[in-house]
Design a protein around this ligand. Sequence first.
Ligand SMILES: Cc1cc2nc3c(=O)[nH]c(=O)nc-3n(C[C@H](O)[C@H](O)[C@H](O)COP(=O)(O)OP(=O)(O)OC[C@H]3O[C@@H](n4cnc5c(N)ncnc54)[C@H](O)[C@@H]3O)c2cc1C
Length: 447
Amino acid sequence: MAFPSQAKYVIIGAGIHGLSTAWHLAEGLKASGKGSGEDILIVDKTGIAAGASGIACGVIRNNYFQPAMRELMAHSVDVWESDPKAFSYHAVGYMQISAESMRENITTIYEQQKAIGYESVFVEGADKTDRYMKDIFHDWQATGVTSVLHEKRGGYANNTAAMYGLADKAEALGVRILTGVTVTGFVTDDGSKAVKAVETDRGNIACDHVVVALGPWVKSIWDMLDLPKVVNIKGADGAMHKDVPMWRYWALEEGTLGIDPEIQKTNDGKMPPVIHIDSSAPLLSDVDGSLITDKLWGIYYKPDFNFGGIQGGAMPYPVKKDADEVQVDPYGVESPEFIVDDNFAHMWCSALAFCQKRFEGQIKHYKNEPSGGIGCFTPDSFPVFDNFRDNVYVIADSNHGYKMIGVGKLVAEELLGEQSALLKPFRFARYEAGELHPVSNSPFPWS
Ligand SMILES: Cc1cc2nc3c(=O)[nH]c(=O)nc-3n(C[C@H](O)[C@H](O)[C@H](O)COP(=O)(O)OP(=O)(O)OC[C@H]3O[C@@H](n4cnc5c(N)ncnc54)[C@H](O)[C@@H]3O)c2cc1C
């Protein structure tokens, strides 16, 4: 394809958000008679699924303490369910098995799931939790947990396959995807904030609208757009917290136990739900019985043929560097800095064995290959979906996003002039206005 000098809509980033926005925008343009997919150009400096979307565990769940997040996730699950084959989506469900300190929060989640018609089962009490789990997995043996929220919808999707499914849908409607093109800046007219062209390493592309969907790289483009490096946040106490850094990074730790995924089938021979457990019981080593932690800990796991084993992760850790100093590239498994180490393998495999007897003594099968990656987080760890500089839409998902395939649909509607009630709670102005999302007791920054 000749390098285009113009496109009505330039979308930067060919991950879940860029691709989903392009697909839905193309549909919306066609349906409204306002244009077609040919008005949309996606540029990516590497390729489709080269970012976080291509390494994500791919878990899709609704379990959020924040009502606005839950409603948004329910909307996204509808989109996943709209074409499971194209999105390589496995609707196996999701289980949140929790320590007593989280029970109250999870009760609220369950009640609100009921209120929005999102099907789930909630079981309370240590004995009942144990029985419920043993009915599914005969060898369940975890302690330090007193409730189960079993979401009947959700599950997981194969990370890269889903991105290609989205790209196919967008391209079928005429969207162009240009890879190997790095955005380096923006051109504006004197006296105007609006972007009139996107600068790239291959030339400028004149445009009417820009969509920024950059996952872990969002800060680089944010800086190019001269958007604020710090924000003022009105806390729940009414006090204004001044100059809070806009971005910080967390490192996600994930890995794969290289055993036959079929081993994790349920008692009735089905593929199981994704398991997420947060336990208050001391976690002991499955290798030598030593104490790994006596604080609340959490892991998640699922059998996954794509990863070739039991795949999952544990609690992420904050990257203790100023955001300006964090090296995002090379990203993911190529990173010399942000891949998991032996401590992760030891903790995660021991936690698997803590949960189910079938995993005892299996650590020797842990796949010793680079995995994990970093995510870029907002000040409150919730997304920012908003318009800046008059014609730049920023999708900054604060690393919640693989599951959020529906956000692109809502963003496309906003680009076509319709305000989305589901996206409204995620505007940038919420910080200064103190319209923050409630915070849960989960040890994970995204629950
Ligand atoms: C290890 C890990 C596991 C995860 N697991 C889950 C999970 O199970 N469930 C879940 O819901 N979420 C998960 N997430 C979060 C999720 O992956 C991200 O929130 C989501 O994929 C972000 O999508 P995106 O489209 O915004 O960005 P990305 O998928 O990162 O895409 C951004 C693209 O921008 C391109 N790019 C960057 N800079 C430029 C530039 N200057 N010019 C042009 N192109 C550029 C990159 O090449 C990349 O392809 C996980 C994240 C990680 C790191």
